[in-house]
Design a protein. Sequence first.
Length: 124
Amino acid sequence: MSNDVYLGNPLLKKANTPIEFTQEQIIEFVKCKDDPVYFANNYVKIVTLDHGLQNFKPYHFQEKLINNFHNHRFNICKMPRQTGKCFNINTVVKLRNKVSGEIIEISIGEFYEKIKKESNPDVP
């Protein structure tokens, strides 16, 4: 087994592994760097219950979001359900206490339960 693979997966290179690119690969890399929607359409895969592994084809509003994130450093988004973003209840986030400055890591689920309890102390 090569020392250049990550976690035993030959499709993944370790960090700082030198790679030689062809001219066509360089052109494709630059195209992906400059157009994240092109990259998403051609290289991002998703798994669906109906069709299994397939290319990600963003909706128009998702393309607008991707382009806004790419072209603007700061974005404010109203994010209703089913807009292509996801939080798992076990997703860990870092929070800083505004008063003490303490930084904690907590799952979204734990955070929700904590807020619910603080806003309704009488509810178990």
